[in-house]
Design a protein around this ligand. Sequence first.
Ligand code: NAI
Ligand code: 3PY
Length: 402
Amino acid sequence: MAKPVSIEVWNPNGKYRVVSTKSMPGTRWINLLVQQDCRVEICTEKKTILSVEDIIALIGNKCDGVIGQLTEDWGDTLFSALSKAGGKAFSNMAVGYNNVDVDAANKYGVAVGNTPGVLTETTAELAASLSLAASRRIVEADGFMRAGLYDGWLPHLFVGNLLKGQTVGVIGAGRIGSAYARMMIEGFKMNLIYYDLYQATRLEKFVTGMSDSIFSYGQFLKASGEEPVTWKRASSMDEVLQVADVISLHPILDKTTYHLINKERLSKMKKEAILINCSRGPVVDEEALVEHLRQNPMFRVGLDVFEDEPYMKPGLADMKNAIVVPHIASASKWTREGMATLAALNVLGKIKGYPTWSNPNAVDPFLDEKSSPPSACPSIVNAKALVIVKYRIAGFEALKMI
Ligand SMILES: NC(=O)C1=CN([C@@H]2O[C@H](COP(=O)(O)OP(=O)(O)OC[C@H]3O[C@@H](n4cnc5c(N)ncnc54)[C@H](O)[C@@H]3O)[C@@H](O)[C@H]2O)C=CC1
Ligand SMILES: O=C(O)C(=O)CO
């Protein structure tokens, strides 16, 4: 029998019981649920990662929906428990949902929400920050200063790489990968090579445009008398690894991307390349990476995510050529409050029987604090399997109205 889990309750007499496995930033998400007759229970346990047993205890005998976290294992056991408690709605407070067994959710008829779009720029900004920090050795230099080792300016002190004119490689040029690419192209005049299963048409157009009549960053540089930036869609991932000076990983995590970067692929990269990972830890074979860092002191990495979070593989913490931060890529106030709002509205929308929003890349109407959100679930990843209809306004898809 699982131990009872401590909670905080909002609107105790609400008709629908919604559980959040963690306290989340902001209060808008709570207010939106309370206004729609939900009793909101927020887990206040001190423990960072809740076990399946803890979550079963939270779900209890009657639960209409749960907002969960990417650290939790949402598989058959939890979806079965939620379904037995009468619940048909779950949302991750994250865009990535590799912690969720969507087939199990389908089996119990539970909708699975995620939070796309609101974290695109924030996450790309952290990838850009890590790229800069690695190329200019900022963390190493900061440690050197604090250790009282600075004796005065020297020609060789912390010499790093100039980004301008180098090539940025993006693996997974979806929402975040494309936003990162634009930052590096526009901010540092880098050329782009990317690999994705699909063509990133909007990104390509941003760099060079379709024709002279369409404005693009490349044409702007040309008109200013500067060397225009270029793009290339690589035919294989290895091409990106061989050509790029800075490589940033932004694919989803699934069985096709597990250990996408392994020993063999690391060996294809330039000796002085920079590798950034703000996607999911298991996309990189972290043990192979530690060995590669050891053998190649000029190779640098910036990591936001790790294979066995919250742990790092042995040796990684000792590597001066690695910058490590604790999965904070989406951690801006606006984004985290927005993620909480989208997750709550996914759960609320399913409870209320609303349709799903037609374009999860355009969720702004849900984030505008000055108006009521649309009567829709912002993003349900298994909407098709559960036959949840798309939100339409007067016959048009919502996207066309915004
Ligand atoms: N570190 C953090 O805090 C954060 C991490 N993430 C991670 O970033 C991921 C991407 O997020 P979005 O850009 O919003 O998703 P997205 O779905 O817009 O982009 C993912 C891209 O990866 C591509 N892709 C899938 N399999 C691939 C493969 N085998 N090889 C190459 N490309 C492949 C897809 O075609 C797609 O373009 C999330 O799934 C999540 O795991 C997202 C937000 C914050
Ligand atoms: O949204 C995600 O997928 C994260 O990793 C946390 O922002």
